[in-house]
Every structure is written in C-alpha cells, then in structure tokens.
Design a protein around this ligand. Structure first.
Ligand code: SF4
Length: 337
C-alpha cells in the first residue's frame, strides 16, 4: 500500500516519546541503550533487560490471526494454568528487583486483565522499583475502575491492540469484542490519566487485507489523542505447524531476543523468546531455579551461539519464525535482508 502519511516515527518524535517514558532518569536511558546495542555485539549482560511474566495465557477474544484460535493450543502448551498466581509473580518480581532487571511486562499469550490480580501485580512491581512496568491488552475489560488503578499504580506503559477504524471491520478481526466499548475504554483512560504522563499510551494496529483500507483514517483520528501509534504487519502464527522447516529458504538474520529477555509462562516455565508460544525451547521453571542461572544456562547459550554463527536455520523454530517475519514484511512491501 502506498502511504501518503507517516506513522509517528521521525527522530524528533522518537526522542519526545523516549523522554515521556524515561523523564530525566539516566538509568532508563542506559538500559534502553544496552537493550539495543548488546545484541548487535553479541554481548550478554549480567541479567536480562526485560522479563515477560504473563498474567494470563487465556483470552476472551478469538482474533482471526492469533494462535488462540488454534484448538490444539491447550494440549500443545506446556502449561495448563490459565492465570499466574500472585505468590509466583511476587517471587519473579523480587528476583527482578534483586538483579535490577529494568523492565517487566505482564502480557504475552493471553489477555492479562482476565487475571483478577492484574492491577495488584502492577502496584507490586512498581513498589519494588521496577523501572518500566508495561502490558499489552485488547482493552475490552479496561473499565473505569481498572483505568483508575492503572493510573494510580503509576504503570509505565500500556499498549492497546485495536485493528480497525469502523465497528464492522474491527469486529470482523477481533472476534468477541465490541468496538464501541473498546473506544470508550481508551477515551476513559485518557480522561483519567489527564495531564499525567503515566501510563504512556500506545495503540497497536495489526494491518491485514481485512483492515488495510482503514489504516490511514485510524491513524489520523487517534494520532493527537494518544502518545504513539504503531502499525505492524500480520503474521500468521497459526500456520507454523504446517510448514516443513527444510522447505524454507535461509535468510540473513540474527535474533536479538535471546540476548535481551526471558519469557515466563503462567506456571513458571521459562522460555527464551516471545515467539515460543508452545514452550518448545523451555529452559526450566522459575519456581525451582534462580533467574540468573536460567539466564546463563547452556540451552540459551547454545541458541545464542547459533545466532552469532549465522546458523539460526539449525533451530527449526527459529527457521519458521524468521520465515514468517520475512513473509510478513514482504507482503507489506518492505525489503528484508
Ligand atoms: S524463534 Fe528464534 S528467531 Fe524467532 S524470536 Fe525466538 S529466538 Fe528469535
């Protein structure tokens, strides 16, 4: 699609948004710098920069492009625990605080606001000094009381998935959601936040053949209301099982994720990246291991070495993942190495 407008991605906008997120805190800028530069140099920090501790692995929606529509998901995942318990979340947060992990994200495979402890988790993480507490949400359950809790807990960033500008298109993609409720919830959060800069509010629009005719209108409507808008291109996560890795051509690619973060499932299972929704490369469980030991274990180091040597293709999951990213970018008309 030819665009005659631009997503807010200019250098000045990026600096302004960075300042909105980090204020005058030097620790924030140091962490952001290292988060981006360490993987480029294959450098491994003493601790992860970012922990994803998912509050929920179930979702109240059945969006057409999401792996949640895959009926086999519950039996294929290693975890059958829908919500992370508060005591496990506290253990993870306490370890993050001990090792000065800067960022903690509460969402991954499911809708985090389904967990009744969602706002308590934010409050606990902020009370322990975690620099950046964030979450993605579909905002269907972000009612007024949740908005008030989020603002008063000083959550740092909330990313809201909303993929359409009309009710008809949005509800065709986000099966089970009500467009009017979601728009109203976002406007309520903006009103309750008022002039405060917390949480930073980003809208995330996943573009596909169904909604690409509305992207421009969506952007112009929301651009001055929220802090940031990102448009990503739809990847078909549901198709991974149907592709034979041997049939996929190799691309030139090095993944940053094994150098940046760990991902923790609701039951404490730890994975090396956010793509591993089935827990195929699990490296242990945080309930009986230390965060720092998992970060330095042989399995994750082996994966790092594969990427460093330019041999990610040896890992079937990486091979499919890179192929999906390549195809999504190609379909969006972007060039990928
Ligand atoms: S599957 Fe491999 S390439 Fe994809 S995000 Fe995970 S580590 Fe990176």
């Amino acid at each position: 699609m030819k665009r005659n407008w631009k997503i807010k991605s200019g250098v000045l906008t990026k600096i302004k948004n960075l300042y909105k997120k980090g204020g005058l805190n030097p620790r924030f800028y140091a962490y952001r710098y290292c988060f981006n530069s360490y993987p480029d140099n294959f450098k491994i920090s003493k601790y992860p920069f970012d922990i994803i501790a998912e509050a929920s692995n179930v979702c109240n929606l059945r969006c057409s492009m999401c792996f949640q529509v895959d009926d086999e998901l519950p039996v294929r995942t290693t975890t059958k625990v829908p919500f992370m318990k508060m005591n496990l979340f506290k253990k993870i947060t306490d370890e993050c605080a001990k090792y000065k992990v800067p960022a903690l994200k509460l969402s991954w495979r499911g809708e985090p606001m389904l967990n009744e402890n969602f706002t308590e988790m934010i409050r606990y993480a902020k009370s322990k000094g975690i620099l950046e507490v964030t979450s993605l949400t579909n905002a269907t359950l972000m009612h007024e009381n949740i908005c008030r809790e989020i603002v008063s807990a000083k959550m740092d960033q909330i990313v809201i998935s909303i993929d359409g500008f009309t009710k008809e298109t949005y509800e065709k993609i986000r099966i089970g959601a009500d467009y009017d409720v979601v728009c109203n919830n976002i406007k309520n959060l903006l009103k309750i936040r008022g002039k405060s800069n917390k949480p930073f509010i980003r809208l995330q629009y996943t573009e596909s053949d169904i909604n690409k005719h509305e992207t421009e209108r969506f952007y112009h409507y929301w651009k001055d209301k929220v802090d940031e808008i990102t448009v990503s291109y739809c990847q078909d996560f549901g198709s991974t099982e149907k592709i034979d890795p041997e049939d996929i051509p190799a691309h030139s690619f090095v993944c940053k994720q094994p150098f940046q973060r760990l991902v923790i499932m609701t039951d404490g299972t730890v994975c090396v990246c956010a793509t591993d929704v089935m827990g195929e490369i699990s490296i242990g469980n945080i309930q009986d291991s230390k965060l720092i030991d998992l970060w330095n274990c042989s399995k994750i180091n082996e994966l790092r070495q594969q990427h460093k040597a330019g041999k990610y293709q040896h890992n079937p999951m990486c091979r499919i993942c890179v192929h999906n990213v390549f195809m999504a970018n190609k379909n969006a008309g972007l060039s990928v190495k």
